[in-house]
Design a protein around this ligand. Sequence first.
Ligand SMILES: [Zn+2]
Length: 218
Amino acid sequence: MKKECEIVQDLLFGYQDGTLHKASEELVEKHLKECEECKKVFAEMIKDKEDKSKQKQEIDYLKNVKRKMSKKNKLIVIIGIFLFIIILFNIGIFAYYYHEAGKVEIYLDDDITEEQLDEIRNTILGIDNNAKFEYYSKEDALNQMKEKFKDNGDLLSGYGGENNPLNAYIVVDTSIENVRRIVNLEESLHGVKKIINVLDTNPYLFIFSKAMIEIQNN
Ligand SMILES: [Zn+2]
């Protein structure tokens, strides 16, 4: 290698960075025009630098994509957990609702006997041995009605004692699956006027009202 080539090649890095003195810069430029060998070395240096910066860009890009992906994955996992909790919550509500919300009212004939009342209870217990009964007499029914219409003052004031058009009734708490079966007993049970399904139709409201009753009782 010629002496001048050695000097110029030593200066090429500085030349590339633009940090050479004016005189050295002119020397390099002049030499590069004349020397194919040094021109080639310089061209390779430039190519190298470009490749490296390209590589860095690609790496940065990949890092960025990876970061975005992991953010996205986290979001998906969080949404997944959230949905899972909502689904569990709803399964719980509907299971509870299905088990607890069944309710029927059995309206009784005025001349029903104790034996017939027992028969009604036993028949229903045969369907659901966890069924709960609450008996309301004719008088209870009338009082409830008066309470309901108390704003309308004297609407029901003429009724009472012997003069009571309402029926005694039993409220049966059961599970929803048994409601239909109990309602279907209407024809076959003695002393029964009517059996009505008074199902709470909204599971959320049903559980809300149950919770409210619990809170009030505590
Ligand atoms: Zn040279």
